[in-house]
Design a protein around this ligand. Sequence first.
Ligand SMILES: NC(=O)c1ccc[n+]([C@@H]2O[C@H](COP(=O)([O-])OP(=O)(O)OC[C@H]3O[C@@H](n4cnc5c(N)ncnc54)[C@H](O)[C@@H]3O)[C@@H](O)[C@H]2O)c1
Length: 349
Amino acid sequence: MKIAVVPGDGIGVDVTAEAVKVLDRVCRQRSIPFEPVFFPWSADHYLSTGVTIPPGGFDDLSRNYDAVFMGAFGDPRVPDMKHAADILLGARFQLDLYVNYRPVRCLDDRLCPLRDFRAADVDFVVFRENTEGSYVGAGGHLKKGTPDEVATQEDVSTRKGVERIIRYAFEFAQKRGRKRVVMSDKSNAMRFVGDLWQRTFAEVSREFAGIEASHLYIDALCMQLIKDPRQFEVIVTNNMFGDIATDLGAALQGGLGMAASGNLHPGRVSMFEPVHGSAPKYAGTGKANPFGAILTAGLLLDHLGHAEEAAAVEAAVADCVRQGAATADVGGSLSTAAAGDAVCQRLRL
Ligand SMILES: NC(=O)c1ccc[n+]([C@@H]2O[C@H](COP(=O)([O-])OP(=O)(O)OC[C@H]3O[C@@H](n4cnc5c(N)ncnc54)[C@H](O)[C@@H]3O)[C@@H](O)[C@H]2O)c1
């Protein structure tokens, strides 16, 4: 496993160190060759060199690595977030990572914020379209700064883009024995893109006879996720709605510090990152929870064909949470590094 590692900014650096520590431990124990190669792309690097991504940077990632691990990006010294947009959105768009994969599993009852539910009731996956929608940067200003100012932001959905994420969600459901796929949109208000999503979902779902296909408007989906998360197995939605619904998902699994994600393109190099940002106030303090990053390392292992090792990583994190061997945000008193060590100690391989 030759992995490009981009820790980034703030707590991205702290949690990435722990994720790499766990990967290293797993690979040593299982005799899997592991070569992490660190990249300095970050706010510091941008401020000192003026470079966000060097020319050919993404080409290098796609040709020479099995996967990419990224920490987090965001620094108050770069208020326009130029480096974050170039690195993070750049990777998603330039590597065409059209699947944003967000498993939402609550690993311990103590982390479940819903009064009438338990950890086992929160176990679904969100597939967020990752290359289109309102995030393509289409739009503009007219008469900026005047009382007559007009701003537009366009939501771009293509048949190819919608179809491939919907098909990926169904294929995942089929492979993993999940019986229900819900598509969520806002087709009652956003008629044109909504129509495309509705037609495509209906057509693709016919190819997967054993899987129940249903639809919820995004506002209703958010409400139902809170009312009874047991209804959900697989959710597929667009870029913006997925962005929002997956933060709600993070709250159902114990907070941003517990949330993991993959940015995938089957058959090509994929990128893995914890869901949280750079939380600058916690940078270097030892307060950042590394479990989201460590669970993300688990997704990377799974993606590269090491399913057993991935399951062992998740089980070790669950043991830590259950035993309070964790950072303060999930009820423990350990530092970031000690929480990473605690996971290593509990790996049963
Ligand atoms: N993927 C990314 O790189 C990404 C995602 C979101 C935000 N950002 C950027 O990060 C910076 C900070 O943004 P923000 O404060 O809105 O979001 P954030 O996710 O960095 O932090 C929000 C809050 O969540 C908690 N939190 C997040 N991660 C945690 C962890 N691992 N352990 C413990 N607590 C944790 C903290 O209380 C934190 O203040 C901004 O520059 C933002 O643009 C980057």
